[in-house]
Design a binder for this molecule. Structure first.
Ligand code: NAG
Ligand code: NAG
Ligand code: NAG
Ligand code: NAG
Length: 278
């Protein structure tokens, strides 16, 4: 019973170590928010950590409007779309007609904030607009909404706002469970151990019961696994308790009993009688 349990525990530890090691190995550059390491917002840092599970994924969306517009947008959460370029580009637009790429937002100028069931990720510092928006730098705004059970899905472009003097942006949206509010009922290590232990006991009793009944063909109390052993153990414990806890010798109260029996007379016997068939 104990050895498969030990093996799985050891496996779990190894898996945890492997995952941790992999995260440290990938030396790719990540999101950088405003401020030095010491003056960064704690909230932004917590949110970036929350987004980390999405960082290995790549998202694309194609936009085709008539003959003139045929773009593909490539997006990564807090990683460079093409890390060989070393340009911090986190969201890139490629014109599929001429292959020209335009950086919409860079991960070294990230802003992030959240609400109860959404996270807003903003990449600033993209390539400058030509004539629109006072030739300011492009900006990508990605709205991540809570959706239980999906790591990430439905990445799409909502709109491109460039018909104003400044503060233009490209708006995207996607669904992910990382944006969902944290559940309060986080199980402690103690309760996980307890649940595991209880499950093991249940498996032992049910499995042993079935084995004794179906394979050995036992009946009644004998169907319990290792019945004789547990019976012996019970007796041993009872003896131990008796020895440790009893403050007077076992036969000492006999002196009182005589009196009690006399007084109670038949009544006591009647009371005992109905216990007998048990
Ligand atoms: C997006 O495109 C990249 C390269 O073009 C590809 O590696 C990746 O699998 C694509 N992702 C999705 C979700 O289609
Ligand atoms: C990344 O950029 C390099 C240099 O321009 C290019 O050769 C390579 O194909 C790009 N990789 C991807 C996945 O787009
Ligand atoms: C981010 O990277 C780009 C490209 O390397 C650079 O031009 C820009 O100044 C950087 N922004 C910050 C805030 O460091
Ligand atoms: C934003 O995320 C943090 C960390 O997960 C959470 O504690 C906080 O409640 C969230 N903010 C709102 C407005 O829900």
């Amino acid at each position: 019973m104990s050895s498969p349990c030990c093996i799985s525990a050891v496996l779990l530890v190894f898996m945890a170590l492997a995952v941790g090691a992999r995260a440290e190995q990938s030396g790719e550059r990540s999101c950088d928010v405003i401020g030095d390491k010491s003056s960064e917002s704690q909230m932004e840092r917590a949110l970036l950590k929350k987004l980390e599970p999405l960082s290995q994924m790549r998202f694309n969306v194609t936009v085709e409007k008539g003959k003139t517009e045929n773009y593909i947008y490539q997006f990564r959460v807090c990683r460079e779309v093409n890390s060989t370029l070393q340009d911090f580009a986190g969201l890139v637009q490629t014109n599929r007609q001429n292959g020209k790429t335009t950086v919409i937002g860079r991960i070294n100028e990230t802003q992030v904030f959240n609400g109860s069931d959404w996270i807003m990720l903003i990449y600033k510092g993209g390539d400058s607009y030509g004539s629109h928006c006072s030739s300011e730098k492009r900006r990508a705004v990605i709205m991540i909404s809570c959706k239980q059970g999906v790591t990430a899905s439905s990445f799409s472009i909502v709109s491109e706002e460039r018909e104003k003097e400044q503060d233009c942006f490209y708006l995207f949206e996607m669904d992910s469970s990382v944006a969902c509010p944290a559940e309060d009922s986080h199980l402690s290590v103690g309760s996980i151990l307890l649940i595991t232990f209880a499950s093991l006991i249940a498996v032992y009793i049910i499995g042993g019961f079935l084995y004794q009944r179906l394979v050995v063909g036992a009946k009644g109390m004998e169907q319990f696994p290792h019945f004789a052993f547990w019976q012996d153990l019970g007796n041993l414990v009872a003896d131990g308790c008796d020895f440790v806890c009893r403050s007077k010798p076992r036969n000492a109260p006999a002196a009182y009993r005589g009196v009690g029996d006399d007084q109670l007379g038949e009544e006591s016997e009647e009371r005992d009688d109905h216990l007998l068939p048990m």
